[in-house]
Design a protein. Sequence first.
Length: 220
Amino acid sequence: MSTSSRKHLLVTSGDGPRECRRAVAHVLRQMEHEARRADLRFSSDMSGGCDGADPSSALVTLSGNQMPEFTNTWIGTVQWICKSPFRAHHRRQNWYVGVFSVDNSDLPEIDLETSALRIETFRSGGPGGQHQNTTDSGVRVTHLPTGLVAVSTDERSQHRNRRVALDRLVARFILKREESLARDRSAQNQLHRLLERGNPVRVFKGEGFAEMKNQAGGRR
């Protein structure tokens, strides 16, 4: 499966506190909004959150003509300036998220042979569906050796949904690997410290996540 036309970005709280996980959720929403506006295809696979909320990390997959320009505006440290939404009397107001490029040439080896997969179809108005449809166009792919599951109902044809589901399965493998690497760095108390010390490429403020233009994001 060719990955040359896609770009993967790891968005991570770097083992930071719950506020940093909220910042990850904000970054993903903002990133998706900007990607759609740039006519890029955007998808994300998240982990560490409850029902998809406030994930500890996520793998973003992008494709489209303006992908290089788009990713250059995000890779690095993102700072969120906001009073803690969870701890009313907490004095800290600066939270940090890392956005890292995942090298497509260093993707994990994944067994996608038919014998390793269980592929199920269902009507896209069913589980995970977005479109009411009279055909079984939705696809769920289970990787039997690991139990990882990916679903697609985004496309109108079963063939395209199968391709999207397989792409998402690959993304889940990458996320699992990158999380393991991040945990190794965090175990040495390095990753989150590096995020806090780095010069932010983007700075946002408040629960509305409004971007602060042409301002350096100092620490408190």
